[in-house]
Design a protein around this ligand. Structure first.
Ligand SMILES: Nc1ncnc2c1ncn2[C@@H]1O[C@H](COP(=O)(O)OP(=O)(O)OP(=O)(O)O)[C@@H](O)[C@H]1O
Ligand SMILES: [Mg+2]
Length: 161
């Protein structure tokens, strides 16, 4: 597990960018990150930093109502899901996430606890929490691929605790 203090929104974006730089794209399956944290904890901000680092230039908006936004960059696909407004687990099935499970696909899920049983298992769990005006991030691997991924992120992002 690694833990980082995020002093402002830019720091949250930079952590997303660090994750982006070490995505294990050569893994034989798609990759899944579960993003936990209360309303306003910075989940979408982290996704924005990650997508920018991957070369996505357009607007990165929260898929609060659409549940899913899809991005393509350099032959990679990033699926950004926000399940906060999920009505029922049938909704998750209708997103077709399992059909998207292939190498070169990264799935980022906000509010995964809304439908854990219907989602692909996490490789990485990111927990964001609000600490005063700032945020704290805890990153925890949940698969072998996630363990390797997190080791690179940990090496790249100095701890300021
Ligand atoms: N480290 C930080 N310090 C202070 N503010 C931050 C930090 N990271 C993000 N923020 C700010 O927190 C606000 C909410 O961020 P964001 O929309 O990313 O949260 P979220 O977790 O996606 O919320 P939701 O559950 O509603 O989707 C934004 O204004 C963002 O700029
Ligand atoms: Mg959000």
């Amino acid at each position: 597990m690694i833990e980082r203090r995020l002093a402002d929104a830019y720091a949250t974006e930079r952590l997303g960018a660090a994750l982006a730089r070490s995505v294990p794209w050569s893994a034989p399956q798609s990759l899944t990150v579960h993003l936990h944290g209360e309303l306003g904890a910075g989940k979408t901000t982290l996704v924005r930093g990650l997508l920018r680092e991957l070369g996505v230039t357009g607007t990165v908006r929260s898929p609060s109502f659409t549940l899913l936004e899809s991005y393509e960059s350099n032959g990679r696909t990033v699926l950004h899901v926000d399940l906060y407004r999920l009505a029922g687990s049938a909704d998750v099935a209708s997103l077709g996430l399992r059909d998207e499970a292939r190498p070169g696909v990264l799935l980022l899920v906000e509010w995964p606890e809304r439908a854990l049983e219907s989602l692909p298992a996490a490789d990485l769990r990111v927990r964001l929490s609000i600490v005063g005006e700032q945020r704290r991030a805890q990153l925890e691997p949940a698969s072998a691929v996630g363990t390797a991924w997190l080791a690179s992120v940990g090496a790249e992002t100095p701890s300021q605790k």
